[in-house]
Design a protein around this ligand. Structure first.
Ligand code: SAM
Length: 300
């Protein structure tokens, strides 16, 4: 495939968008909830062109056929989603949020669950990219293992759509960009040098399990149950309102009654859902699952 073969589509970006590119945009939206507005079509075209090179198609029309009619269409859609999902992340990305988790949210959840015989804490990192977020959570929980969480079983469920990111997450070897926020304490305690990179040690990996989960896959999402805390940070920014609402509804159903939801620094549920109550924590915010009032009953 030559750049020249994409010339008409590139030119069309200055006017009405290429209908084949628009159809590809719709396919991605239907499959994963990720919406490319018109001003992001150039980016989408760039990502498609990488796949077009790989599958040796010359025009967007041919590539669209590959995504729709051929026997390979499911596989190709997965490959395109691998290409377009953006995995920017790092360890300890939002320190005030993590401090609030440890100092305020965790004690509240322990208190709420303290009465139950099964002492198990389940945290879900939804849209975990290459693993830095769930592993950060795992290390924080390890720090509490002989304190607040003594005698508790801990599970960190980590999911993402991107297969390549998940493969990297399982390898757990990280470079300087990912590890730039690590304090000497965490660096020395949980990592070992691996050439010029750092390998996360078994202790912090033991409680983390990774799976491919598309947040727009309604059937699959219903399997996520009995979660205490969800982190879905910097993921829903790529979704439109309708897709966000569906995902948030699933999160509501997945959480236990006392459950918390953390979003990214610049994200909120304003205009998206009224099923959660906003909680102001020192230098961070979270959402707590609000009890639904039953139809015909006065709220208590
Ligand atoms: C910017 S990263 C955020 C990583 C991490 N949560 C953080 O805040 O550092 C966004 C991640 O969301 C994932 N993602 C995007 N759409 C998704 C979907 N429909 N289902 C599951 N994951 C998705 C991407 O693959 C990417 O890894």
């Amino acid at each position: 495939m030559t750049t020249a073969s994409l010339q008409p589509a590139l030119q069309a970006l200055d006017g009405p968008p290429d209908p084949d590119l628009v159809r590809i945009r719709d396919l991605i939206y239907e499959a994963a909830g990720i919406f490319h507005p018109d001003n992001k079509l150039r980016l989408l075209l760039d990502r498609c062109s990488r796949r077009m090179k790989e599958v040796q198609t010359n025009t967007l029309r041919e590539y669209l056929e590959c995504l729709t009619h051929q026997a390979s269409r499911r596989g190709e859609l997965v490959s395109l989603l691998n290409e377009i999902t953006i995995g920017e992340t790092c360890f300890f990305r939002n320190q005030p949020q993590l401090d609030a988790l440890r100092q305020i949210v965790l004690p509240k959840i322990i208190e709420a669950k303290g009465e139950t015989p099964l002492r198990c804490l389940r945290i879900w990192s939804a849209g975990c990219s290459t693993g830095e977020e769930p592993y950060t959570l795992s290390m924080l929980l390890q720090e509490e293992a002989s304190g607040r969480l003594k005698g508790w079983a801990v599970q960190v469920l980590a999911s993402d759509l991107n297969e390549h990111s998940l493969a990297d997450a399982k390898t757990a070897v990280y470079g300087s960009y990912s590890t730039r926020n690590l304090t000497p304490h965490y660096r020395l305690k949980y990592f070992a040098p691996a050439g010029d990179q750092l390998q996360l040690q078994a202790q912090a990996r033991a409680h983390v399990s990774f799976s491919r989960l598309n947040l727009s896959d309604d059937a699959h999402m219903t399997f996520m149950k009995d979660i205490d805390i969800i982190f879905c940070c910097n993921v829903l920014i790529y979704f439109d309102l309708a897709s966000k609402r569906r995902v948030i509804q699933h999160f509501y159903n997945s959480l236990l009654p006392h459950g918390y939801l953390f979003l990214g620094h610049s994200e909120s549920l304003y205009g998206v859902s009224e099923d959660f109550r906003l909680v102001h924590l020192p230098a961070a915010t979270a959402y707590v699952k609000a009890a639904r009032t039953q139809v015909g009953r006065e709220p208590k």
